[in-house]
Design a protein around this ligand. Structure first.
Ligand code: FE2
Length: 285
């Protein structure tokens, strides 16, 4: 039973500054929705601001925050939240999400640190998410993050995520690449992990490429093509939870736009496969 409607539909792409000119004639047939980090755009005016506006007028948008630092001991940044609230309404942005992690200090550093997987942290973080939802007057989605160390682990990652989502009563931004990266680095079965997530809370899905540092160490860089096992995990998530809006994240080492759009096309193809198979009552990967 779905508790909410998806904020967007189809196959999306993260909008980066370097992509604005190459994508200036893009249509919603090619990319159904776009995502930005509000911190990168809140105070942008002038020519760049106009260019950004031309995208938000043509495409459905969602926001994925970078620096709210939901797990941090520092008080919530109400000034930032106020700016985000204004930004969402100014551009008609349909949803806001953040990472289930915190910045390494309150200086808005973009390296995201893991929250200790403890009962105490569940209550603390869920309370903060509720405060954010109250402040913004809307549900938000929290993303399952990649992490490289797990300090003070009293519970498993999956139990921690589920407990936070439940207590905060918020949505999930499901990142299938992060599940895959964590499954290698922390040695677990990615499909088993995926199966235990609450599909009915998913707002939309992220897919991305990562860096293979070693056989047993992957780094979530968003700097290369999506690898096959991650595509398979996306297919599995459609099989388990139904077709969900899905966005390609690419931050570094940007390929030519045609290559980027071919990955977005592939998302759309996969969605089509599962839409067709589920309408026939058949779901398979
Ligand atoms: Fe992500």
């Amino acid at each position: 039973m779905w508790t909410h409607r998806f904020p967007v539909q189809g196959a999306g792409l993260g909008l980066r500054r370097a992509l604005m000119s190459p994508l200036s004639s893009l249509t919603t047939d090619q990319v159904s929705f776009m995502e930005v980090a509000p911190e990168n755009w809140i105070r942008v005016g002038g020519r760049l601001g106009h260019q950004f506006r031309s995208f938000t007028e043509r495409f459905p948008f969602v926001c994925h925050g970078l620096s709210l630092s939901i797990g941090s001991p520092a008080p919530l940044d109400k000034e930032l939240l106020g700016s985000i609230k204004h930004f969402l309404s100014e551009h008609g942005i349909r949803s806001y999400s953040e990472h289930l992690s915190y910045c390494s200090d309150d200086g808005h550093l973009y390296d995201l640190m893991p929250i200790p997987f403890t009962e105490e942290a569940v209550h603390y973080v869920a309370g903060r998410i509720r405060q954010v939802q109250d402040f913004l007057g809307q549900r938000i989605a929290m993303e399952n993050v990649s992490y490289y160390a797990a300090p003070q682990q009293e519970m498993s990652e999956i139990d921690f995520i589920n407990a936070v989502l439940d207590e905060a009563d918020c949505d999930l931004l499901l990142d299938v690449n992060n599940i895959f990266v964590n499954s290698i680095n922390h040695r677990y079965d990615p499909e088993l992990f995926l199966r235990q997530l609450p599909g009915e809370r998913v707002a939309y899905v992220h897919i991305a490429g990562h860096y293979e540092e070693a056989d047993d160490l992957r780094v979530d860089t968003h700097g290369s093509d999506v690898v096959d096992p991650v595509w398979q995990l996306l297919a599995k998530s459609y099989e388990l939870f139904g077709v969900m809006p899905t966005l390609l994240e690419r931050d570094f080492n940007l390929p030519p736009v045609t290559e980027l759009l071919s990955e977005v096309d592939y998302i759309r193809q996969l969605q089509g496969t599962f839409e067709t198979s589920s309408s026939k009552g058949v779901a398979h990967v």
